[in-house]
Ligand binder design. Sequence first.
Ligand code: FAD
Length: 331
Amino acid sequence: MAGTLIVAESDEGRLRPEFWELVTAGRALSAAAPGGLAVALLGSSAGSAAEDACGAGAAEVHLVEDEKLAEPWPEAHAEALAELCSELTPEVVILPRTVLGSEVAARLAIRLACPLIQDAVDIELDGRGLRARRPVFGGAVLATVYATAQPSVVVPRPHVFPAAEPSGGAPCPLVRHRPSFAAELRTQCGPRTRYATTGVDIERASVIIAGGAGLGGPEPFELLREVADLLGGAVAASRPACDAGWVDSALQVGLTGKTVAPELYMAVGISGAIQHLMGCSSSQVIVAVNTDPAAPILNVANYGVVGDWREVIPAFRDALRARQHQLSGVL
Ligand SMILES: Cc1cc2nc3c(=O)[nH]c(=O)nc-3n(C[C@H](O)[C@H](O)[C@H](O)COP(=O)(O)OP(=O)(O)OC[C@H]3O[C@@H](n4cnc5c(N)ncnc54)[C@H](O)[C@@H]3O)c2cc1C
């Protein structure tokens, strides 16, 4: 029996970075759950993922291999994981909040007829079961929820749990499984298409310049991009800017977008609706540029500039350029 089972995702044979956030959550739970910590890796043994997963401090890494698991096929992954859970009988199963992980978690909970907690910001085992807090009503309220049946499936909110350091212990046993896929799969999965992206990934960026509806169109995002380039950062956006097609929806920050935690988050022409703040409130420093002194973003910003981006941002860009020029003269 595994007390806590962490489901790792890999990409081209390497563990995805969010795995280490799940390890932090899993290590805390495994201290309270008999059976310790185990890792499940679905796909193939190619690359270093299985070996690196041992760094979680897991007693075992369970490698579930089948060609159906080579692609991000939610039904196949959920089916294979359900089989593994029946064998290992974990108390808690932790999955990442990725596109694949969120869907597999839901499908897994249905197959196992067990509770599911999505978007958990903290989790703990107590006498009643798994206790978690999660945002509800569009992030306006944090609800405390209990999962009292086993296993409990939980999906932590990204960037809330700090990434764990890999433990440098001895390699752990790798247990191989081959799912039977006894039930016929009712969905199909086509080949994966990879899109080339340019620039810095917003989920990893240390500086983000985000634009909102206040920019009025796609062109001003070029200006934000210039500032982001000067700071070695990335451009992001609020939902209306993405919905209007001004920028790619992959750049959306918020409840239905990405959760980011940069050192600097600059919100330009963004009002600060709770659904947007849900995605950026873990930033170390928030700077807001807004014409409206009553905009909610100014209540959470560390620095607020009440002004028009048309004046503020070009002046900021020019000041950054001048400073870079000065520094290159010194060096
Ligand atoms: C279930 C649900 C999920 C949602 N998920 C998300 C999400 O993931 N991400 C998200 O962002 N939103 C999300 N929303 C939408 C959210 O509620 C807000 O509508 C949205 O965040 C507002 O975007 P905005 O701040 O860009 O636009 P607005 O609220 O229209 O704000 C524009 C701001 O720009 C300022 N401004 C205007 N002109 C200028 C200027 N010249 N210079 C400087 N400032 C200027 C205005 O004063 C205003 O504050 C969600 C909503 C729901 C109901």
